[in-house]
Ligand binder design. Sequence first.
Ligand code: ZN
Ligand code: MN
Length: 476
Amino acid sequence: MAYETIVGLEIHVQLLTDTKAFCSCTNEYGSEANTNVCPVCLGMPGAIPVLNENVVDYSIKAGLAFNCDINKYSKMDRKNYFYPDLTKGFQISQNEVPICENGYIEIPVGEDGVKQVGLFRIHMEEDTGKSIHTDEENTLLDYNRAGVPLIEIVTKPDMNSGVEARTFLEKLKSTLRYIEVSDCKMEEGSLRCDVNVNVKDTETGERTAITEVKNLNSFRAVEKAIEFEEQRQIEMLKRGESEVKTTRRWDDSIGETVLMREKLTQDDYRYAAEGDVRAIRLTEEQIQAVRDDMPELIDVKKARFISQYSLSDYDATVLTQDRVLSNYYEELAAKNSNYALVSNWVINELLRRIESEEFDASVIKFSIDDFAELLKLIEGNKINNNTGKKVFREMFETGKSASAIVEEQGLMQISDTSFIEEVVTSVLADNPQSIEDFKAGKDRALGFLVGQVMKGTKGKANPQMVNELLLEKLNS
Ligand code: ZN
Ligand code: MN
């Protein structure tokens, strides 16, 4: 039997505007509770919301980056529901006419395939306050988040696996960070994702009811939750069982989704026009101004990296996934035209030492010039590659320059023929068995002898010279 998994996502993203969506309160994460508030975002009667024009520009920017149609006319609506963190009793959102519609995001699939995941819409709305449930079973309310601008991105059910959903989210996040519309920090709640998933029996056409999964706190959790649901729902189809539409939450500690509630009826939000906020009317010039302001996007930059720097597809993918990282690479490549070497050191030495998920150049204690100097020492055979890695580690930890470390620790590579020759002679005298092994065709013997000579020079000998001198003596 064959089954198809059908996945759609709803993603809420907080916008990086200086102020909130409808008032001039600071939009900042981590302030003391209830300090960034005013009558408008607290929903006091009579307070009048005024739409922040940066929210409109940022939404257009996201829409353009995701290939959407931008609606020249859109409007705000009230989405009514009762919750303590929503003081007005409704959320200002867009229901009937969103600002962006019909986009898509391209994601890599399989070996070298590409898939377009469609977007139904991107609409603007405001965030709610935050309920904090304490150990003493009290609920505290922080309204700093109330009125923070959001875009909600709704995809078509075009993804077919957990991996595809994760890949989609990674691309979405990278792009939003490229265009500096959001920092997309899941741990701070600036990117939140709900998953809709069901399974279809491709032979009988039978489908399970859609499950909505909430409480997903990482892309990895999204992937795992979809895979869990896939199995759970296939088992249900096999047993001929059915259920109504459900909302479940992901429990990371047990690796399972847990039933929250069954949905017997459609939520009724009694949408109504938001009469206090004027409709949004855009001119072509306004949209064009945002378009002109767009930076180079990932796919274009990746193609450029491959052609301009002759990088592999893999290296170009890694280096362009984050805009800050790609800028870092370009700055270093401007100082050293051995682009493959630069890429190798950035990916294999620098990136693996940066622990945060996002590339943050401010945690790097040394400058780009220091990095360039290290590469120059290696290229000029002043230190060998292994010593270079040791120096790099020290630079990363202490922020000292490469030349200072090399000087302090006497790491300068030994290219003095007579000295290396001396060590080679004594190593050969100590290891007659290895000489015989080498002459009997055992290649490993040479590696062992090279190792012994390197050890005898505290790792500082020029490895190429060691090799040459050893072969010369062994073959004589
Ligand atoms: Zn306010
Ligand atoms: Mn929403």
